[in-house]
Design a protein around this ligand. Structure first.
Ligand SMILES: *Cc1c(COP(=O)(O)O)cnc(C)c1O
Length: 398
């Protein structure tokens, strides 16, 4: 991660195909496009990658979460349970539908604690959305069982987890609906883009219509199509899809590089007493997009984070003090800062974030360091980095 580190001839060729005929839109213009349907081709490619029946490309990962929930009928006043450690986009995407995001604690997997999920279910709960942060997952079987027992929709925000698996199945393909992002910093990038995947034909049809103003996509005359229901524009363009098409073919290569670099770093710091690692469920294999480790306490984690920064170890974060990935500093949301009026229900939920007890999440996020695994490092660079990381952590402990 990120895929842009390795752009090359493949990406250029796919984009040139689109520019040669000039059709930048994914729908219509059949006569002009000389057989090039990049968005359709990428959807087929992703169907194979994720071993799923249906893929709907959209304009971003944020759109993917909104479209996925909308496709299953989640809307105004419905509660969606999600973890405190996330990207703020997952929270926004729920709000965009007028639905209520309900944050619950994480455990040592750095995502949903099944006990916290069970404790947060009310009669308004419609869905549980796991956010598979930094390439790894929680106890998917336990979460799926909770959803079955309480008749809830189960959704995966797998935007950071492309290439990871659980019981051999690709992350994103396990729940009722899975969401991906191909924004500029993700493992597979097309600039801006996203995807919703599902095996449910109704959700797929709804996602297809909803992401294009409710168009039914029947027949070949776009102007004559009818609109069975309300929709918006969350379309991807052919140019973006073209880049994605080249990148997705390289996914196995990217994951192999991530795994190799991750392993070198992990081996080096695993010898440092006091360092432990994020728990990856036995049934799963992470995508190796990030190396996540724990230190004994917040103070040590802050010191390690600072010394990494001072010594040129970039792209490592302690998310406790981060504005975007952890609820603690979401001040604009806690204060319900919005350009337009929010429902009174939403305002209450947002203001409750100011005082809600997330000490269990603080315990894990406070001690965590999360290091991005780059694709472009040479072997010497990774080895040097690994040694320096181990040395710096040891120095903090002395
Ligand atoms: C990147 C990301 C998103 C949003 O994706 P965009 O394409 O940037 O809108 C949502 N959730 C998670 C976990 C992400 O990392």
């Amino acid at each position: 991660m990120p895929g842009f580190e390795l752009f090359g001839d493949l990406e250029r060729k796919e984009v040139n195909d689109v520019l040669d005929n000039g059709v930048l839109m994914r729908y219509g213009f059949d006569g002009m496009r000389k057989g090039h349907w990049k968005a359709k081709a990428l959807e087929t490619e992703l169907q194979n990658t994720f071993k799923t029946n249906h893929v709907q490309l959209v304009s971003s990962g944020t759109a993917a979460v909104s479209v996925a929930l909308a496709s299953a009928g989640v809307g105004a006043g419905d509660e969606v349970i999600m973890p405190t450690f996330t990207f703020v986009a997952s929270f926004e995407a729920i709000m965009m539908l007028g639905a209520i995001p309900v944050l619950v604690d994480i455990d040592d997997t750095l995502t949903l604690d099944p006990k916290a999920v069970e404790g947060a279910i009310t009669e308004k709960t419609k869905a549980v959305m796991i956010v598979q942060m930094c390439g790894s997952m929680g106890n998917m079987n336990a979460l799926q069982n909770i959803c079955k027992t309480h008749n809830l929709l189960f959704v995966e925000d797998a935007c950071q987890a492309i290439g990871g698996t659980y019981e051999g199945k690709p992350l994103g393909s396990i729940a009722d609906l899975g969401c991906f992002s191909f924004d500029f910093v993700k493992t597979i990038t097309c600039g801006e883009g996203g995807a919703v995947i599902t095996n449910n034909p109704d959700y797929y049809r709804n996602a297809d219509h909803y992401s294009d103003h409710g168009h039914d996509h029947i027949g070949s005359d776009r102007g004559a199509e009818t609109h069975p229901f309300l929709g918006y524009n969350f379309r991807i363009s052919e140019l973006h899809a073209a880049v994605g098409l080249a990148q997705v073919k390289r996914l196995p290569e990217f994951i192999a590089i991530q795994k190799k670099n991750y392993s070198i770093l992990r081996d080096a710091i695993s010898n440092v007493p006091g360092v432990t690692f994020r728990r990856v469920p036995e049934e799963g294999e992470e995508s190796y997009a990030f190396l996540n480790f724990f230190l004994p306490d917040l103070e040590t984690a802050r010191k390690v984070s600072a010394t990494f920064k001072d010594n040129g170890i970039d792209a490592c974060w302690n998310y406790f003090d981060n504005n975007w990935h952890y609820v603690r500093k979401w001040n604009h949301l806690k204060d319900a800062k919005s350009l337009y009026p929010l429902s009174s229900e939403m305002k209450i939920v947002l203001s409750q974030l100011q005082t809600k007890d997330f000490s269990q999440s603080d315990h894990f996020i406070g001690r965590n360091i999360s290091c991005l695994i780059k694709l472009s490092w040479t072997e010497d660079e990774v080895k040097e980095r690994a040694q320096l990381m181990a040395k710096l952590i040891n120095e903090v402990f002395q």
